[in-house]
Design a protein around this ligand. Structure first.
Ligand SMILES: Nc1ncnc2c1ncn2[C@@H]1O[C@H](COP(=O)(O)OP(=O)(O)OP(=O)(O)O)[C@@H](O)[C@H]1O
Length: 300
């Protein structure tokens, strides 16, 4: 029998109200040990509010929340030392040098190390892991935007967190930095069994990194599942493209395998450059949000 993974995050009936406005309505989900969970949703959907409540930075209006076995509203220092947080932006360490700052911040975690999880992460190993080896002795204000973001991630993981929150971690990255960051996240999940909750507007990133995707819209969860499960829910059509007799053709179908089989049976010699494009997470996501927005409030 497969081992039952421990529930690290348990959110039940979470509600948040700012003044007269309800911004989270009955949000319920769980995350298990070692999972990467992506929160997606349009601007103002409630992603940051949800994450800030889980981090213990914001008090919820109602609902039950358990993070690493504790209520974040009452989490103590020992609990906080097991979390890692990478906010959307941090701009306050300009005069420090990279190694110096990580060594300094790491000291806070030393008292919370265990036999299984020695804390903190050695600064030089960490600098290597986030790809800042060439910048270890540089002042932080001299780093590029992408290097600064890698440092933000290093600050978030210096205590070897069991649960890591990443709020739009790759927003300012170039494609290469984004690719390297994805490798870093996979390494964290594979090597140290960190559970990760990330928010992103990059659907490609969510598809690559996340085991599970939760789509929030207007403070409600409108979908929860793997990218493939969400795609099946929407049952998008595949697009088949080919060249025949020098002419480009396209056809949309729910049964691309059957269509291609039939096409090749009838015109095998004439078909060139055959491609099948599956419905992407982006199409699925847009369809989910459109569907949720077209439903009347009362039926939700
Ligand atoms: N401190 C606050 N006071 C009042 N309203 C707030 C406050 N913070 C957020 N809101 C409102 O709560 C809703 C959810 O905001 P939140 O920042 O959680 O969304 P988000 O999904 O993270 O958006 P984005 O993708 O733009 O970062 C929005 O309508 C926002 O205006």
């Amino acid at each position: 029998m497969a081992p039952v993974q421990q529930v690290v995050l348990d959110v039940n009936g979470l509600r948040m109200r700012y003044g007269p406005a309800d911004v989270l309505h009955d949000v319920t989900f769980q995350a298990r040990h070692g999972e990467v969970l992506a929160l997606l949703g349009p601007n103002g959907a409630g992603k940051t509010t949800t994450i800030e409540i889980l981090e213990g930075f914001r008090m919820r209006s109602a609902g039950r929340v358990s993070v690493l076995g504790a209520d974040p509203a009452r989490g103590d220092e020992r609990w906080r030392a097991r979390l890692g947080v990478v906010l959307q932006s941090w701009r306050d360490h300009g005069k420090w040098r990279v190694r110096e700052l990580l060594a300094h911040l790491g000291r806070y975690y030393a008292a919370y190390g265990t036999a299984a999880i020695p804390r903190p992460w050695d600064p030089d190993e960490l600098i290597e892991a986030v790809g800042l080896a060439g910048q270890a002795d540089k002042k932080i204000r001299t780093l590029s935007g992408g290097q600064r973001r890698r440092l933000d991630v290093a600050i978030g993981i210096v205590g070897r967190p069991e649960l890591l929150f990443l709020d739009e971690p790759t927003a300012a990255f170039d494609p290469q930095a984004r690719h390297e960051f994805h490798d870093l996240v996979r390494g964290l999940v594979g090597g140290h069994e960190t559970t990760i909750v990330l928010t992103t507007h990059d659907l490609d990133e969510a598809e690559k990194l996340a085991d599970r995707i939760i789509v929030l819209n207007g403070g409600r969860i409108i979908a929860d599942g793997s990218a493939a499960e969400l795609a099946r829910r929407i049952a998008g059509e595949d697009e088949v493209r080919w060249v025949q007799g020098g002419e480009r053709r396209t056809h949309r179908t729910a049964d691309s395998t059957g269509f291609v089989r039939d096409l090749l049976r009838r015109h095998d010699d004439e078909i060139r450059e055959l491609e099948v494009h599956r419905a992407s997470l982006e199409q699925t996501y847009l369809a989910l949000v459109r569907q949720a927005e077209s439903e009347p409030e009362a039926s939700r």
